[in-house]
Design a binder for this molecule. Structure first.
Ligand code: PTJ
Length: 238
């Protein structure tokens, strides 16, 4: 459906349309709708805004990505459905690959996501390559590409909850997570956790990279997580 421009929840309803469309195109896992609902609820509590704790994490993350030896942007079904052009632009700004990495993996869906990203301008999209595995991980997120996640020193992990962040760290990588839930395992384990909606965080990262962002001299991720949790629990954003 076309969401009326003057609807008070236009932006949110448009994202829902993007996701349901992506489900029908074989890009989104059905479970992705449940994940999105959780994110929507948290974003509602954050008043759908990027707060100080998100902005400083984003600045630091942009600096880390820009100064990385081999940055890689991991993309799952939700990320591809919500923000395909944004990922293409961030990948171009960093001259780095996007890599499709899925929890609910099928080769058909990985290829559909790659084609979707390319339709939105992405130039360098990797999928898993036979025989390449991330160690210490038993889910299908272990399937990687040797010129992508396997070789990366810094990996951007958007919107997932679970086992992979720990495995990436055990494999010596720095992890930047984007997750609206500061209590998720991924957010807790990452080096930098951007507690913000992916659709705001990705363009902000691109702007940071284009404006020559450098890593902050001092950055405290546990403090970021604490500030975000406090804001969510109290509704106080000062
Ligand atoms: O495409 P696949 O097969 O790799 O599957 C992707 C999903 C998202 C289904 C899978 O990774 C999953 O089940 O994730 P979870 O465990 O539901 O975790 C998703 C996390 O992302 C939760 O902490 C949500 O709060 C958060 N989240 C949801 N929407 C957004 C978000 N964070 C940032 N921006 C969003 N738009």
């Amino acid at each position: 459906m076309t969401v009326p421009e003057d609807h008070p929840r236009h932006a949110s309803l448009t994202l829902r349309e993007r996701l349901t469309g992506a489900l029908h195109e074989g890009i989104l896992a059905p479970q992705g709708l449940i994940a999105h609902g959780r994110g929507e609820a948290l974003d509602y509590l954050l008043r759908e805004a990027s707060h100080d704790f998100a902005q400083s994490a984003t600045r630091h993350a942009a600096g880390l990505l820009a100064s990385a030896r081999w940055p890689v942007l991991s993309v799952n079904g939700n990320a591809a459905a919500l923000c395909p052009k944004g990922f293409a632009e961030l990948s171009a700004a960093l001259s780095c690959p996007l890599e499709v990495n899925l929890f609910h993996y099928t080769p058909e869906r990985a290829n559909a996501i790659k084609a979707h990203l390319e339709r939105h301008g992405a130039q360098n999209v990797l999928t898993q390559q036979a025989g390449s595995f991330l160690l210490n991980l038993s889910s299908d997120r272990r399937l990687v590409h040797p010129e992508g996640i396997l070789k990366a020193d810094v990996v951007l992990v958007p919107l997932e909850d679970g086992d992979r962040c720990e495995a990436l760290k055990a494999n010596g990588k720095r992890v930047i997570a984007i997750d609206l839930n500061p209590l998720s395992r991924t957010a807790q384990m990452a080096d930098v956790s951007i507690i913000d909606n992916l659709v705001r965080a990705i363009p902000a990262l691109t702007a940071g990279v284009q404006n020559g962002a450098k890593p902050l001299d001092e950055y405290d991720n546990p403090a970021t997580l604490k500030a975000a949790e406090k804001a969510l629990r109290t509704g106080n954003f000062t």
